[in-house]
Every structure is written in structure tokens, then in C-alpha cells.
Design a binder for this molecule. Structure first.
Ligand SMILES: [Fe+2]
Length: 208
């Protein structure tokens, strides 16, 4: 499996393409803002997307879903049902995913970790030691928890879950705030949310 990180749009969003190098079957994670650059990357790698994986349903992460649905045959969207309240209308061809399920990309399998907090349907996608964290975990901080459907305690529990993964896990966030990639090991030192994770009151203060 290979991936490319693609900076897009005015809000430091990061879209990703992820593909099985044996079958060339590929997924786009959070397709947003700039179809030209995403399509350029697909073309450069000679791949056509069959899956769209959403980390959550905020518009800055999904505003190209309809474009890809309309322009690529049989493309399927994967998202958690708990985020449908954020959509004007549910997407056609959607598969609703749950914690611990696996998704096949060609001959490879990625797993889903449900990480509510930023939104109730936020998820992280994991393949081996790569973790696509959306707006759950950034370099140095975590996602906002003051938005509709946000839940600070759910965020705390989700981060506890993520920080149990092995230290060499590569974190690939949904925005490039403070940088583009990191590891669990580095975030145990540099992330203020991790520092205060074990004390509810302190954690709530830090993230409010
Ligand atoms: Fe978001």
C-alpha cells in the first residue's frame, strides 16, 4: 500500500489518496477543495478511485464527494452514521461503518477506529502503522469540541484509545496545523492534550 498526502484549500486541509500497489485499487480520504490537484495525483500514480473514506462529515473535508460520485463510476462512500446529521442530504452509494470493522482496498485491509468527540461520527482509519486521524488528532493539539455534536468527554476517551497504539504509529492528520505528520511517540511529548488526558478538569480547560 502507498499513500500521498495532498494539501488542499484555504483551511490547511489534507486530503489523501491511498492505494494497493498490487491491484491499483484506491481510496480518497476526505476529498475536498481542489479536484484538479487530487486528480493530478491520481493520474500521476495511474490509479482510479473506487472508495471515498470520510473521517467525518464537516464540509471542509467532504466538499468534493458529489464531484467524485458524479464523475467516477461505482465509487462508494464510507462514513459513520452518526455524522449524517451534518449533511444536507445523505450521499448515494454510502456504506455506514462501525468501530473495529475492516474495509478492503484491493488485497489490503484497513481498520476503523471510532473516535467521537469532534463530531459523533468521527473515525480514524488505520493501516499497519499509519493512522489517518481527521480532526481528532493534530500535531500538538486535538480537534475542536465546541461544535454541534461535539463532546469533550468523548474526545478524551477517543484520545486515550489512540494513545494506546504503538509509539511508532504515524499520525496523518486532517489539517496541517503545526505540521504534516508525526508519531504517537512524538505526540506523547509535544501534545498538550495528551499531557492533561488523565485529569478530566484539566483536559476540559485545555481544550475549551
Ligand atoms: Fe472538522
Amino acid at each position: 500500500m502507498k499513500y500521498e498526502q495532498i494539501p488542499v484549500g484555504p483551511m490547511e486541509n489534507l486530503s489523501y489518496i491511498l492505494w494497493d500497489t498490487n491491484t491499483n485499487i484506491s481510496a480518497i480520504i476526505d476529498p475536498a477543495w481542489d479536484k484538479d490537484i487530487i486528480e493530478k495525483k491520481l493520474k500521476e500514480n495511474n490509479i482510479s478511485p473506487e472508495l471515498i473514506l470520510l473521517t467525518h462529515a464537516h464540509s471542509d473535508h467532504i466538499n468534493l464527494c458529489n464531484y467524485f460520485l458524479n464523475n467516477y463510476k461505482n465509487i462508494k462512500i464510507y462514513m459513520h452514521k452518526n455524522d449524517t446529521f451534518l449533511l444536507e442530504k445523505e450521499f448515494p452509494n454510502t456504506i455506514y461503518i462501525k468501530d473495529n470493522e475492516n474495509i478492503k482496498i484491493g488485497n489490503e485491509e484497513i481498520s476503523i477506529i471510532h473516535t467521537p468527540g469532534h463530531t459523533p461520527g468521527s473515525v480514524c482509519y488505520r493501516w499497519k502503522n499509519l493512522l489517518f486521524t481527521g480532526d481528532t488528532l493534530f500535531l500538538g493539539c486535538c480537534g475542536r469540541v465546541d461544535l454541534p455534536g461535539s463532546d469533550p468527554e468523548a474526545m478524551r476517551q477517543s484520545l486515550i484509545k489512540i494513545f494506546k497504539l504503538s509509539d511508532d504509529t504515524q499520525i496523518l492528520p486532517g489539517h496541517s496545523y503545526n505540521g504534516f505528520k508525526t508519531t504517537i511517540k512524538a505526540q506523547k511529548i509535544a501534545n498538550i492534550c495528551y499531557k492533561y488526558l488523565n485529569t478530566k478538569e484539566d483536559f476540559y480547560m485545555i481544550i475549551s
